[in-house]
Design a protein around this ligand. Structure first.
Ligand SMILES: Nc1ncnc2c1ncn2[C@@H]1O[C@H](COP(=O)(O)OP(=O)(O)OP(=O)(O)O)[C@@H](O)[C@H]1O
Ligand SMILES: CC(C)(CO)[C@@H](O)C(=O)[O-]
Ligand code: BAL
Length: 287
């Protein structure tokens, strides 16, 4: 695997890969786990070469968030990617991505406004901007993201459609189902912040979500079911719930009742100072 840290070497390195066929990009912030590696394997199954970017993007962290504490373990990440036979690791320093004078922001209205967009103001501008840059830097034929960050995936697809991106085209942005621990907790780099006790309690998040989905699919009213979900999390030891919402799976418009289109239950909740997110499919009502 080649490791590249400077933009002027990246173009040549990717051009060499392109000679072999389609190039896939898997954007990450590092601290890699099995969820990331599942994205890499998906990318490998769809392309001749795989590029993984590792960049802890400062512009998507708000004031008081965990930018400084965010785990950085480039040597270990590099080892994991070697094992997966990744072709190129793109790991630029902040100065290479945001040089002096940098002044542009990509802002995607609508889909980025509620949910994490409301509880992390500016977050999706940071994500859209850095992903637009990563796409232009690597110019991949396709890219793979995790459904764990469902709203992020929706924001990136909207951006790709709206800006008529060609490398990758919006249709070549793939989402992969969330990889979970045996107790259902979604893998996340932030899980390592949890104490052993909080880690055990955190399994209440997917459990409570599954219960709420079963209730909503069986015809229970949405608002009281979401209220019960929140109460369940607080009782299980979560400190607070940023949001627990039923939304249209594509537009992310909030739903007060289940309709005939695919829906999604999305939750962000805090436990022991760590903010966890999760989302799951909710089957629509039969027409
Ligand atoms: N459990 C998972 N299953 C599948 N994909 C995942 C999982 N966790 C993260 N991803 C995906 O990996 C990519 C990189 O995410 P990132 O590096 O932020 O990891 P993360 O574990 O989500 O970290 P964080 O704790 O910051 O949420 C994103 O597309 C994200 O959706
Ligand atoms: C897409 C991403 C790499 C942009 O920094 C990040 O938000 C992430 O890891 O999900
Ligand atoms: N996985 C999304 C990155 C973030 O939380 O900033």
């Amino acid at each position: 695997m080649e490791t590249v840290v400077a933009l002027n070497s990246l173009r040549e390195a990717v051009d060499r890969l392109r000679e072999r066929g389609p190039v896939a990009l898997v954007p990450t912030m590092g601290a890699l786990h099995e969820g990331h590696l599942a994205l890499v394997r998906e990318a490998k199954s769809r392309a001749a070469s795989v590029v993984v970017s590792i960049f802890v993007n400062p512009t998507q962290f708000g004031v008081g968030e965990d930018l400084d504490a965010y785990p950085r373990q480039l040597a270990e990440d590099s080892r994991l990617l070697e094992v997966e036979s990744v072709d190129l690791m793109w790991a630029p320093p902040v100065s290479e991505v945001y040089p002096d004078g940098f002044a542009t922001t990509v802002s995607v209205a609508g889909v980025s406004e509620g949910l994490c967009g409301a509880s992390r103001p500016g977050h999706f501008e940071g994500v859209a901007t850095v992903v637009a840059k990563l796409f232009n830097q690597v110019r991949p034929d396709l890219a793979v993201f995790g459904e764990k960050d469902w709203q992020q995936l929706a924001v990136i697809r909207r951006m790709a459609r709206d800006l008529d991106l060609t490398l990758p085209r919006a249709e070549a942005i793939y989402g992969l189902a969330t990889v979970r621990e045996a107790d259902g907790l979604a893998l996340s780099s932030r899980n390592r912040y949890l104490s052993a006790e909080d880690r055990a309690r955190a399994a209440a998040l997917p459990q409570a979500m599954r219960e709420a989905i079963a209730a909503i699919e069986a015809g229970s009213a949405v608002a009281p079911t979401l209220a019960a979900l929140e109460a369940h999390l607080l009782q299980a030891g979560f400190a607070s719930v940023d949001y627990a919402e039923l939304a249209d799976a594509d537009s992310l418009a909030l739903l007060s009742e289940l309709g005939e289109r695919p829906a999604r239950l999305l939750v962000a909740a805090r436990i022991g100072g760590t903010r966890l997110i999760d989302n799951m499919a909710v089957s629509p009502r039969k027409a």
